[in-house]
Write a protein that binds this ligand. Sequence first.
Ligand code: NAP
Ligand code: HSE
Length: 432
Amino acid sequence: MEKTKVAIVGLGTVGSGVAKLLLDYGDRTARHAGRTLWLEQVVVRDVTKPRDCELPEGLLSADLARITSDPEITAVAHLLGGLEPARTIMLALLESGKDVVTANKALLAEHGPELFDRARELGRSIAFEASVAGGIPIIAAISQCLSANQILSLNAILNGTSNFVLTQMEEQGISYAEALAAAQRRGYAEADPTMDVDGTDTAQKLAILAHLAFGARVHWRDIPRQGIDTLDFADMMYAKELGYRIKLLAVAELVNGDLELHVSPTLVRCGTPLAEVRSAYNAISVVGDAVGRVFFHGLGAGQMPTASAVVADLIDTVVGRTAITFRTLELWSQREALVASREHDRTAGRFYMRFQVADRPGVMSEITGVLGRQGISIASVIQHEAAETDRDVVPLVIMTHHATEGATRRAKEEIDRLPAVRPGSVRMRVRD
Ligand code: NAP
Ligand code: HSE
């Protein structure tokens, strides 16, 4: 059978999974590719580190030139994180004539235009299915399978670590720190897990999806975002009492021709599909004008689910499918954006608000007065009795009817200035 030589840069969580699939299941890849994908070189930073997979003698080195100088290696899985040296290594691979497969969404979200332009100039391709939602084939679905549609909305859970942490806290009652440490041990988290929990990783993935689905040319830094790192366990409990679960939700939605984009912890109504996404699973609910609603669900992080997407991209690359998609999609081209982003303050929905207030007469009317002046209508209120530990302060939880981001933000700022209100107020979106 014909043999195509491939290589891997980076043999961490994902790289080890890719090596296992290529080495242990070569017959499977050969069946789909019509040729053997022969793993010729693996390059890492430190060859002395213990590895999670066994490689044949002589494959591992710390010398990138063993890949770039070998003209027989045509496709390379680029499986290191961060921006540098990941960017320089990707450029070196492209310059030396390799097609590249990557899982690095941070790199694409930051340097996509430069890398894709260079790949086009050199007649090479970059495949990136594994960069968003791990094992879920969402890039192919949006850019190919749903291409007859105008996508109207995407509502998604795109960070496995955050979803794992939220699920563990809720179901096992463990602390945020313990849950995050468990996500790191399982290989879900980035080398710097801050990006997972502060909404950065989700915003980077949303920027990629918005680019593909809506032709948006938005930088991830311009997407309003908040993570789960400032979440208070009390709000998870109030959400439960109200019939919701808190999820780190990424939203891209066309509203009157503008694109609404944001990432935020959101109360999602229990029983709806997104609320039931557990552990490190991701999900994307897509609405297209022809297809209607389509729901994608699967593991969004972890070794083998991510490796599954990388190896499929390698197969598509060596058989030539990626080159066609890459040419026709004009990814990250200088083409003008097809949609403008909607001003964040104008985006609307229902909101959850919690205030810590002095337990004395008239406070409730002061707060409802502020909300009323901002045109915010109250749907329900919960006020529990004061805790034993602090008899003077009571939590006041308010669910609003439909209101704008701007009105609820201004109302919270004004309420926070009231003498009866203690620091630590919370405002979150609600998805019914
Ligand atoms: P990882 O476990 O930290 O592994 C990174 C690998 O890159 C290591 O093997 C490291 O080598 C290698 N490396 C770093 N600098 C290098 C250099 N200068 N030259 C050669 N190799 C170098 O990371 P990971 O979790 O596999 O993630 C890899 C990429 O996939 C990231 O972009 C991540 O965002 C993305 N991703 C990860 C997941 C997941 O579930 N983990 C899912 C989807 C996407 P040493 O081992 O010698 O240090
Ligand atoms: N750290 C990422 C996550 C890996 O937890 O979702 C998958 O991109």
